[in-house]
Design a protein around this ligand. Structure first.
Ligand code: NDP
Length: 453
């Protein structure tokens, strides 16, 4: 058995070479958990940490499909079934050319802790493909999704593994995936979440991750007797999470001033109001255009193209109070974190998964800003997926107000659990430790109860 956290990490790296995002995610959790493990020898004896880092099952498969030109394309499909100690595997599917085993294992690992924090009975999983939906026709996306499901269907099920969306997988893709599952299985069940409203979807599911990250920021601010009112907010991304983070920031009286895509970002000093946000939603969800067009449409905005030669992202270098990274992993490096702090940002609520590098996280913690890590701050999405599963089982639909109230209640309890656990374990205000330890304890105890499985 490893005698130190460093030795444990050496083992993880040796066993999972070339999976750097997975190493990063495990390292952060091990740092939080090691002092807990030293006090709880029963966890060490049962090798809980060793088992939690090893997926229960990894499925890797070929996804052949025919494009509009009649040519055969071949992609790779994955599903990581990470941990089912407290419920069926649950977690999104990501379609993006960067997808590989290490990225999906990091996401699945984070998902286990996140799902535990939601207070709902869900295990953790993640999946996806290196398929790039950008620039593909609807027919090509459908052909791909059908081929992907032709293999995935035998591994998932309403009581086994319930995937959802993530980067590149929204309502359109979930529709095609669900249609093919239903055809293959000949059963209409809640096997996916993020479904359309008239075929089993839940109100507020599309909004939930962005709304949740904003509710989490409001909870953090409340610990200092402050609110979102009047706060200037930097938001990255312009997809599902970013759009609804902007909407809730506006609802709570704040002012989002940036959104981005992988080609660049816009800075709108006057603020992205409801009309401009409606334009972003139409641009991204209907026309599937680029954020550059926002800069052409609104004279108050400046568009800056992405420059891969820069060692920082200028989006994070504007005066503001709050930041909501909502695009992808490692989008805030140490220099970005320094720029954020220099510009007055003292609230960071992560809509994306692991958007801050370890050096950036360290700086946020050292400076004692209100820093909500993704596995807590963006848990509203999966929590509402859990509510969609409940509604499917009950065969009824809750109102918008009812789901939103439950979401707010869940975000409050996640915040409370992180806040109080951080205090209890001697690191008050450190939501990273709070989230890791609170998420872990519930799973670890379930694993102890269930024996060596
Ligand atoms: P979308 O596909 O809807 O949007 C992603 C956005 O981020 C797009 O604007 C995209 O730009 C940008 N982006 C993606 N990859 C990169 C990259 N490598 N560099 C720069 N920009 C990039 O995804 P979501 O909004 O659903 O997801 C965003 C983040 O939130 C992810 O980290 C995801 O894991 C996390 N998350 C999502 C949840 C959900 O419910 N959807 C739940 C919890 C977390 P472009 O179009 O140019 O690629």
């Amino acid at each position: 058995m490893s005698s130190s956290a460093a030795e444990f990490m050496e083992g993880i790296i040796a066993k999972n070479p070339a999976e750097k995002e997975f190493h990063q995610a495990v390292d952060e959790v091990v740092e939080s958990l090691w002092p807990v493990l030293e006090k709880r020898p029963e966890y060490r004896k049962a090798k809980i940490l060793e088992r939690i880092c090893e997926p229960e099952r990894v499925i890797l498969f070929r996804v052949p499909w025919v494009d509009d030109a009649g040519e055969i394309q071949v992609n790779r499909g994955f599903r990581i079934e990470m941990n089912s100690a407290i419920g069926p595997y649950k977690g999104g599917l990501r379609f993006h050319p960067s997808v590989n085993l290490g990225i999906l294992k990091f996401l699945a690992f984070e998902q286990v802790f996140k799902n535990s924090l939601t207070t709902l009975p869900m295990g953790g999983g993640k999946g996806g493909s290196d398929f790039d939906p950008k620039g593909k026709s609807d027919t090509e996306v459908m052909h791909f999704c059908q081929s992907f499901m032709n293999e995935l269907f035998r591994h998932i099920g309403a009581n086994t593994d319930v995937p959802a969306g993530d980067i590149g997988v929204g309502g359109r893709e979930i529709g095609f995936l669900f249609g093919q599952y239903k055809r293959l299985r000949n059963e209409f069940v809640g096997v996916l979440t993020g479904k359309g409203l008239n075929w089993g979807g839940s109100l507020i599911r599309p909004e939930a991750t962005g709304y949740g990250a904003t509710y989490f920021a409001a909870e953090m601010l409340a610990t200092r007797n402050e609110t979102m009112e009047g706060k200037t907010c930097l938001v990255s991304g312009s997809g599902n999470v970013a759009q609804f983070a902007c909407e809730k920031i506006i609802d709570l009286g704040g002012k989002p001033v940036t959104v981005s895509d992988s080609s660049g970002y816009i800075y709108d000093e006057a603020g992205i109001d409801r009309d401009k946000l409606a334009y972003v939603m139409e641009l991204k969800n209907v026309r599937r255009g680029r954020i550059k067009e926002y800069g052409e449409k609104f004279s108050s905005a400046v568009y800056t193209p992405a420059d891969p030669k820069l060692d920082y992202n200028p989006l994070w270098n504007h005066k503001a109070d709050c930041a909501f990274p909502s695009a992808t992993q490692n989008e805030i490096n140490e220099k970005d974190a320094q720029n954020l702090i220099k510009n007055g940002v003292y609230v960071v609520s992560e809509g994306a998964n692991m958007p801050t590098t370890p050096e950036g996280v360290k700086l946020f913690l050292d400076k004692r800003i209100l820093y909500g890590p993704g596995k807590a701050a963006n848990a509203g999405g999966v929590a509402t997926s859990g509510l969609e599963m409940s509604q499917n089982s009950l065969r009824l639909s809750w109102t918008r107000e009812e789901v939103d109230q439950r979401l707010q209640g869940i975000m409050k309890s996640i915040h409370k659990a992180c806040y109080e656990t951080a205090k209890e374990f001697g690191t008050p205000g450190n939501y990273v430790n709070g989230a890791n330890v609170a998420g872990f304890l519930k799973i670890a105890d379930a694993m102890l109860d269930q024996g060596a499985v």
